[in-house]
Design a protein around this ligand. Sequence first.
Ligand SMILES: *[C@@H]1O[C@H](CO)[C@@H](O)[C@H](O)[C@H]1NC(C)=O
Length: 244
Amino acid sequence: MRFSSLSTVLALSALQAVASPTQPDLAPRATPTVYLCGDSTMANRGANDGATDGWGQYFGTYSTVTVVNKAIGGRSARSLDTMMEARLGRMTTAVPTALGTGTETCISDKTGEVVYTFVFYVIQAAKLMTAKGATVVLSSQTPNNLWETGAFVGAPPRFVGYQLTAQKALSSSSVTFVDHFQAVANTYRKIGNSATNALYPRDHTHTSPQGASLVAQAFTQAIYQSMNGTTSLKSYIKNPPTVY
Ligand SMILES: *[C@@H]1O[C@H](CO)[C@@H](O)[C@H](O)[C@H]1NC(C)=O
């Protein structure tokens, strides 16, 4: 099974209704806006092949928030700055992040610039967002087709731990974690082999619109049930689905 940066997912919410007390100038809003940041598995139109779709916009069906889906196909954690319209050093090109979970660096063989780890970039982005009064929900990447071999293979890849590592390092009440990987894995295990395979029309990474909806429902259920702690999104869930 392939685990590339293509399937990493990060959900970020800018919920000004729950802005931190240190940002009193941000007036509470009746309808908060949630900015989603991720890759093609979250993006509108998925892999842009006419058959697949990303899950991000489907979250709007199950919540009362305004969803702004900023996910971009093929982007890694280093592209977060494009969403925030804030500068994060020189992170402007979509190249792979360095291996490791800390402050390791490597030199890009394409541009010669210093590249940090996925965790490093997530931490920098989360700090920028909380400084602007947002709350952040770090979400583990969604799985590929876990029934690809005909048997269920549900072991989480290393990227799942990266988001949790970042959340623990940040140690802020404004930054919470939800294991979206686990929620979707539970769902796929429940619906079984043929139903899961039917959600992957082109490859083992990108889902059909039906699959995208199911992945969004798994996210919503995990949020509603506080799977890995209570996030700032919980009170905005309507019609909570039960898919796992
Ligand atoms: C999140 O919570 C679920 C349910 O308790 C658990 O199965 C999963 O391992 C947790 N994820 C992490 C990364 O700790």
